[in-house]
Ligand binder design. Structure first.
Ligand code: ADE
Length: 224
């Protein structure tokens, strides 16, 4: 899979992809993440990618031309499954969208900024708008890193234990059951007996019950 992220603040995306699972996924050749600096596509001498809004009002608007040049260049090189725009008024990102996107071959993700992008970008160049939650970030970069992380970890071979993504919270409409590790007792706080019983069927049953209990208590909105 290849993910092209277009941003006017490329440095914001340096660290999420240069550590741990996302770094290893790239080293193993399972995913290629390419960050594109929008300023390189700016057509004026100050290399600006935003301008005042027609009709007035506070806040700058991202211009269509650099975005179009960048997206067109990428589209000339390969076919893309979606061109995503990160925006607080997009479709709410869920595990089910992460699953769907993880099957794609090539994705473009455009990070929004300022007061937004020229509407013609959304009308003509974007195929999907995604929000990571009902709050406003200062830009789409962190949101792009969030969706890229959720997608990449689902690609087969990225996680060392292949089954672990399948037992994640939300994957089956349930949130994950509690987990424990050594010591078996700390300050008098004990690990549940069943987990050290060695009885696999009982452990599975306990985990399912806890997951259902937790989902009902904490996330009654989930289909579970
Ligand atoms: N850009 C600003 N806020 C955002 C959000 N909540 N989701 C996606 N992109 C954003």
């Amino acid at each position: 899979m290849r993910i092209d992220i277009i941003t006017c603040l490329p440095r914001l995306l340096d660290s999420p992809f240069s550590d741990s699972i996302l770094k290893r996924a790239q080293q193993k050749g399972l995913v290629t993440v390419v960050i594109h600096d929008l300023r390189e596509y700016a057509q004026n001498k100050h290399r600006t990618t935003d301008d005042y809004a027609y009709g007035g009002g506070a806040g700058m608007v991202m211009m269509i031309e650099p975005i179009d040049l960048c997206i067109s260049k990428l589209k000339n090189e390969r076919d893309y499954d979606e061109v995503i725009y990160m925006s607080p008024d997009g479709e709410l990102f869920t595990q089910s969208l992460a699953n769907q996107f993880s099957l794609y071959k090539n994705l473009i993700v455009l990070c929004g900024h300022y007061k937004g992008v020229d509407e013609r970008v959304r009308e003509h160049l974007i195929t999907k708008e995604i929000s990571i939650g009902n709050y406003v970030l200062s830009g789409g970069e962190l949101a792009a890193a969030v969706i890229a992380d959720a997608i990449i970890r689902l690609i087969p071979g990225v996680l060392s234990d292949e089954t672990s993504a399948l037992t994640d919270s939300f994957q089956d409409g349930l949130i994950a059951p509690p987990v424990y590790t050594r010591p078996v007792e700390y300050k008098g706080w004990k690990v549940p007996e069943v987990l050290i019983s060695g009885h696999e069927a009982k452990i599975e049953q306990w985990r399912l019950e806890k997951a259902m209990e937790r989902t009902k208590e904490r996330r009654p909105d989930l289909p579970g």
